[in-house]
Design a protein around this ligand. Structure first.
Ligand code: AMP
Length: 578
């Protein structure tokens, strides 16, 4: 893919113009400068249409093709669009929510989620892609931050904890309106069928007249302590993100895409749902990432693409005997991402089940890279490839500085482009630190640029940000530390990643207990954190006790030392176990 040369002149122009003009709108966003917006439109990246207008255009163009397959149903584009329109009309007529409001989602991989997400877009209501695993604490903090009044839940998700959590959120006043999209409704909640039963006139839905430069959906990035980091995705850039991904993977009518990860997440929306629906392809929505479920769906639907497989799922597939018997030959693009891929996993996939992987890097803030379809194995195994749009710009900067490092040298991955956000929502001060003066997002990931036959490829080789990547789910250490520190018996705490052969990383908590306090265990600490509304996947899985935490020479807790300590301990334990 050729780099868009005109970016270079644009870059220097905006550098000159935007430094003194680094304005922030009332949501704390640094908007795309006017000349950049004009450039993205001139290039055809942005189409001047709202995202739902683009989606409905595609639904009309592909009306009789299959849009969605779940274990329960198979819907054409027409059926999906009709359901979404009805839901949109019901939302506006019955909930009291209005265009511009936000709706928190706690939904799993079911058709109702797709209908509700699309219905929100058609109604001008902004979905907030919270996970069903999130606890009361997280949902409340995020709802307050984005000003969401409503919550939609799948009552029969998991162990059925969501109705109880929703009741708490309602009684605490964290949300005003509740929709139960599956399972029994209760109290003041509105049921999915009640919304769908509304007689709608699609011509009256607001999506036709929406401003495409406005926010269409909220994606989560940081934790929920201090200032939550929420990525506001705008209509035009979000639509382009999806089109660019579908284009680079060559999707079109007839392409079958299997997605087993949570659909209400930026990855689900941007590598599966939206690119499928904008390209006339078919989405097979797996209800879970259980290996048996995934293999069954591969057998029954013969997908060409699985667009995001975290290394942990790849390992589970390799360890499952049935993977040798199921015919995997339909899968042309098996795209691994979300986390650093250990090279031996790529080799095992090739040698044991005949899969040639591609790698992908992506983030809620935008910027996707993928290894090209015709790349050599060396590129596919050792890099995350090239950006998906010629409008994407990448700089590898000296951390904490704005100086580019030479090829091959480790630096911070900094990105800008037609679908990368220009600022977090209502986070003005943070935005000044996280974006360069000319609008590059400092990702906090460490990367290297490799130039091979004139093409720039990138590898991700560490991170600066204090995040633990547990099987591609991100845990922000400061969020959990703040809750840990609320425990009356703990005087100091630090969370670090400990290596794990399957999940990549797990959380280890280093604790300093108050004198004569009863020692906390993984279990008692976990119970305490769950009672404070934290999601289960963020719980520490090992506790190490110290009388004091080690400090670096600038007086901060030395997490480097703690990481080395836990690594050493794990190695010693493995050796001792033989
Ligand atoms: P999220 O916003 O949840 O999609 O997480 C984005 C973050 O996941 C990135 O900033 C990286 O830290 C990490 N990540 C995503 N893809 C990869 C990859 N292929 N290799 C290493 N880290 C990755």
């Amino acid at each position: 893919m050729s780099v868009d040369e005109s970016n270079l002149s644009l870059m220097s122009k905006t550098m000159a113009s935007s430094v003194p003009d680094h304005r922030v709108d009332d949501a704390g966003l640094v908007p795309y400068p006017a000349d950049v917006r004009a450039h993205y439109r001139a290039k055809g990246y942005w189409r001047g249409l709202s995202l739902p207008a683009e989606l409905m255009g595609a639904a009309a163009a592909h009306a009789d093709r299959t849009a969605l397959i779940t274990p329960e149903l198979r819907w054409s584009y027409r059926e999906l669009a009709e359901n979404a329109e009805k839901f949109a009309a019901g939302l506006l007529a019955k909930t009291g929510l209005e265009p511009g409001d936000a709706l928190m989602f706690q939904m799993g991989n079911v058709a109702e989620t797709v209908v509700a997400y699309l219905g929100c877009l058609l109604a001008g209501i902004r979905p907030v892609c919270t996970l069903p695993q999130h606890g009361v604490h997280e949902v409340a903090v995020l709802a307050r931050h984005v000003g969401a009044r409503g919550l939609i839940i799948q009552a029969d998700f998991g162990r059925g904890q969501l109705p109880g959590n929703a009741r708490t959120l309602l009684s605490d006043g964290a949300i005003e309106k509740l929709i139960v999209a599956r399972g029994a409704t209760f109290g003041p909640a509105l049921g999915y069928d009640e919304l769908l039963g509304h007689d709608s006139n699609p011509a009256e839905l607001p999506y036709r007249t929406m401003d495409p430069e406005q926010i269409v959906a909220f994606q989560l990035s940081g934790g929920t302590t201090g200032l939550p980091k929420v990525a506001p995705r705008l209509h035009e850039e979000y639509a382009y993100n999806a089109r660019a991904w579908a284009n680079v993977l060559g999707w079109g009518p007839g392409t079958v895409v299997l997605y087993p990860l949570p659909i209400m997440h930026n990855a689900g929306v941007s590598v599966a749902l939206q690119p499928v629906l904008l390209s006339g392809a078919t989405l097979v929505l797996a209800p879970s990432a259980d290996v048996g479920v995934v293999l069954d769906l591969i057998e029954s639907t013969r997908p060409e693409t699985i667009p995001l497989v975290p290394p942990a799922l790849a390992i589970r597939l390799l360890d499952e005997v049935r993977s040798r018997d199921v015919d995997l030959s339909s899968v042309k693009d098996f795209v691994v991402g979300g986390q650093k891929l250990p090279i031996h996993i790529a080799e095992r996939l090739r040698d044991e089940i005949g899969i040639a992987i591609r790698q992908k890097f992506g983030m809620a803030e935008g910027m996707f890279l993928v290894t090209p379809a015709d790349a050599t194995e060396d590129v596919r195994h050792h890099t995350v490839g090239t950006p998906i749009s010629p409008g994407d710009e990448v700089r590898i900067l000296e951390p904490g500085d704005d100086v580019e490092v030479p090829d091959g040298q480790l630096g911070e991955l900094c990105v800008r482009g037609p679908y990368t956000i220009r600022g977090y929502y209502r986070a003005e001060r943070h935005n000044y630190q996280t974006f360069t003066a000319d609008g590059f997002y400092r990702t906090g990931d460490l990367a290297r640029r490799h130039t091979i036959a004139g093409t720039h490829y990138y590898s991700i080789d560490g991170r600066i940000k204090d995040v633990i990547n547990r099987g591609a789910e991100k845990i922000h250490a400061d969020e959990v530390e703040e809750l840990v520190m609320r425990h009356p018996d703990i005087t100091d705490a630090a969370l670090v990643a400990m290596p794990d052969p399957v999940l990549g990383e797990r959380v280890c908590a280093y604790l300093v207990m108050a004198p004569s306090a009863e020692v906390l265990t993984v279990r008692s600490l976990g119970e305490f954190l769950l009672s404070h509304g934290l999601a289960k996947y963020k719980l520490p899985e090992r506790v190490e006790l110290r009388t004091a935490l080690p400090l670096s020479n600038v007086g901060k807790v030395s997490k480097k030392e703690l990481r080395q300590d836990i690594q050493r301990k794990l190695t010693d334990e493995t050796t001792a176990a033989g």
